[in-house]
Write a protein that binds this ligand. Sequence first.
Ligand SMILES: [Zn+2]
Length: 104
Amino acid sequence: MDIDKDTKKQEDEYFARIEFEKRQKALKEKQKQIKSTERKKLKEEHWMHCPKCGMEMVEITFEGIKVDKCSDCLGIYFDDGEIDQLIAKNKPGFLSRMTSVFKD
Ligand SMILES: [Zn+2]
């Protein structure tokens, strides 16, 4: 077993988590200032639209996992909990089978 590699992985994981938590905290403070009516409006405008290019997303269920795919830039999006489901169901090769669904 390569202890150095494991330590490096744990460090990477730790620093990524710290970075996420730091940015999330700053954004949550900002979000507190947004009124509920404004939030509702934002949700209506952005629902099922690509977070990157703003075009409409297509939702499919593949092997029991919901996947949202952008109809324009082709980015793939998983809702909260869907990656956890994927890990829990342990589906080796899922990502390559799923992406092949979208290939011409
Ligand atoms: Zn897009």
